[in-house]
Design a protein around this ligand. Structure first.
Ligand SMILES: NC(=O)c1ccc[n+]([C@@H]2O[C@H](COP(=O)([O-])OP(=O)(O)OC[C@H]3O[C@@H](n4cnc5c(N)ncnc54)[C@H](O)[C@@H]3O)[C@@H](O)[C@H]2O)c1
Length: 381
């Protein structure tokens, strides 16, 4: 298999992870970076020993087939649109875009241009989440009837040096962290039929706690607390709490309830974690998934916790799918549906309605241990 050339637009915080982890994957090679701020691109290029180009040069480069969009969410639509108009395949960080109209426009443009669009998150390809998928598909808890998920904390201004976008329209916990949870729920349970929600913005400003702007107050222009309900096409009903106004809680990230038991699902922001199934007699079993490469710990995070991190797996899967003429898993239909769910939660929070989805998607095909291994440049473990 030949390596597809990848270019990155957006050289901020997350680009470091892409530049580091892309080296793990056989089908891709990052060849250049670009940013609206040339200094940001030059600095990242120097750190990783690759070329920096202007955005226009990168989009016109013959050695690049897929352009990864790592810009801020408010720029995602325009940058992905420009990538497609330049005749390149696009892979975007989440959220795909900020409105359903933009999502549908990209879908039409990609179809007309016969180009692929992929979208993060790819954490649902992790060993833990693929093991949950296998357990559900094998009927370990019977028919899924519902669940809960909780995305709660106190926001990002304490660590991110430029956290403004988190609190602007298109930010907030649903657009920021919702994609991890909603995408994983869709891969596990299937597409959503309708949502409702209540929302609030309890404080008007946030104070930056890190970097050169430390102490600067930034305005809050979007709700920061949501209590939503999602009805899936299967009939399952899931409650979703998403907040950046909570200092502490003891909810599990995701719990799935079936007719014959429950599954406790680890944080969908990560590839690994502990998967526990509890049967009607209250007997709990932790499921093993260490045969799946994307479940094996390969990094130590800033808090000293050993984790599995294979960010870029979705991009590598898309590169392979392109070469083999197959569907990729972090695909556009899925991302468009997740945008539909997220924008409907925001709207329901304002209007206090139940909102029916106007989009749907297939559950992405499971990623087996063997398929995951084939994406890697070196065997894991
Ligand atoms: N930071 C994280 O830990 C993290 C984790 C997962 C996903 N993400 C997602 O990744 C994306 C980027 O996040 P980040 O934290 O790296 O942001 P950031 O603000 O650190 O970096 C964004 C970069 O994009 C550049 N940019 C903005 N508009 C542009 C445009 N029109 N053309 C070219 N470059 C442009 C900026 O100059 C900046 O260098 C967001 O969508 C975010 O949700 C971030």
């Amino acid at each position: 298999m030949i390596k597809l050339g990848v270019g990155i637009v957006g050289c901020g915080n997350i680009s470091t992870a892409y530049l580091n982890f892309s080296k793990l994957f056989k089908p891709i090679e990052v060849r250049a970076v670009a940013d609206i701020d040339p200094a940001a691109a030059q600095s990242k290029a120097q750190d990783f020993g690759i070329g920096s180009r202007s955005v226009e040069e990168l989009l016109a480069s013959d050695d690049i087939s897929i352009v990864v969009n790592l810009t801020v969410p408010s720029a995602h639509y325009e940058v992905t649109r420009q990538i497609l108009l330049a005749g390149k395949h696009a892979y975007s960080e989440k959220p795909l875009v900020l409105t359903l109209e933009e999502a549908k426009d990209l879908r039409d443009l990609a179809a007309r241009s016969r180009l692929r669009v992929g979208c993060a998150p790819d954490t649902f390809l992790g060993g833990a989440h693929q093991r949950v998928r296998q357990a559900i598909d094998e009927g370990a808890v019977g028919r899924v009837i519902g669940g809960t998920c909780h995305i709660m904390g106190h926001g990002h201004e304490h660590w991110h040096p430029n956290p403004d976008f988190f609190y602007q329209i298109g930010g907030g916990p649903v657009f920021d962290m919702g994609p991890y949870y909603i995408t994983n729920l869709v891969q596990l349970i299937g597409p959503v039929r309708a949502v409702t929600a209540m929302s609030s913005a309890p404080v008007a400003t946030r104070t930056i706690g890190n970097g050169p702007r430390k102490g600067t107050k930034i305005p809050v222009e979007t709700p920061t607390t949501f209590h939503a309900m999602l009805e899936f096409q299967s009939g399952a009903v899931v409650t979703l709490g998403a907040s950046w106004d909570v200092w502490a809680h003891r909810h599990k990230e995701i719990e799935i309830y079936g007719e014959n038991g429950s599954i406790f699902v680890p944080d969908p922001n990560f590839f690994g974690g502990t998967v526990t199934v509890v049967d009607p007699k209250q007997s709990a079993t932790d499921l093993d998934f260490l045969d799946h490469p994307f479940g094996c710990n390969n990094v130590t995070d800033t808090r000293g916790i050993s984790r599995a991190n294979y960010r870029g797996a979705g991009l590598a899967d898309m590169a392979t799918a392109l070469q083999e003429g197959k569907a990729h898993r972090c695909n556009l239909e899925l991302a468009v549906h997740v945008v539909d769910v997220m924008t409907s939660i925001l709207k329901a929070g304002q209007t206090r309605q139940w909102i029916e989805m106007t989009t749907t998607c297939e559950r992405p095909t499971p990623l087996t241990a063997r398929e995951a291994q084939s994406l890697l440049a070196q065997a894991v473990p």
